[in-house]
Design a binder for this molecule. Sequence first.
Ligand code: AMP
Length: 187
Amino acid sequence: MNIILFGPPGAGKGTQAKYLVKKLNGYQISTGDMLREEIKKETIIGKKIISNMNEGKFVSDEIVNSLLKNHVFDPIKKEKLIFDGYPRSLSQAKNLDLLLNNSNQKIDYIFFLNVNKETIVERIKKRKVLEKRTDDDLDTILKRYDTYIETTRPVLDYYSKNSKIHEIDGTMEIDQITSKIEAFLNV
Ligand code: AMP
């Protein structure tokens, strides 16, 4: 089965994705991780995206879609995709539909981890200390949250037409969120 973990930055998508990878023998498809890897390796793409990433701005669809494509078409990962941080806009959602269609796949579950702005700010402040991400300072967090509301949140309306979205209170403890997801998946 293929799963989308949806929600604002700091909702816990990455944490739950890592858990699901273990539980379901799946593959975490985190565009954020892929982009950070490009920066770390100082690739041509890495050099192009570093300022956008640091400022909390979106990286272009062209770059993100090209990094994503191989994973969706990878036969080993087929039906085991756990999307974390993609799609983040309507055009990305449409691109994902196309890629999945072309590889005879579909999305089976969408989990919407809903978290309020105050909780996100508190969580990301803590994450900055632990992970030292350059896009986790207060101004950038607020900008990323606004982008989420304006551009990413509407993706839910797009999916609500054809898929069932399972909304989960993302302010709960990590284990409680995991249990809710397990209950929906029946695992
Ligand atoms: P994340 O690790 O998912 O919080 O992503 C960190 C940063 O990577 C974002 O703030 C964007 O700059 C970039 N990024 C990650 N995923 C995407 C995406 N699907 N579209 C555009 N930019 C992205």
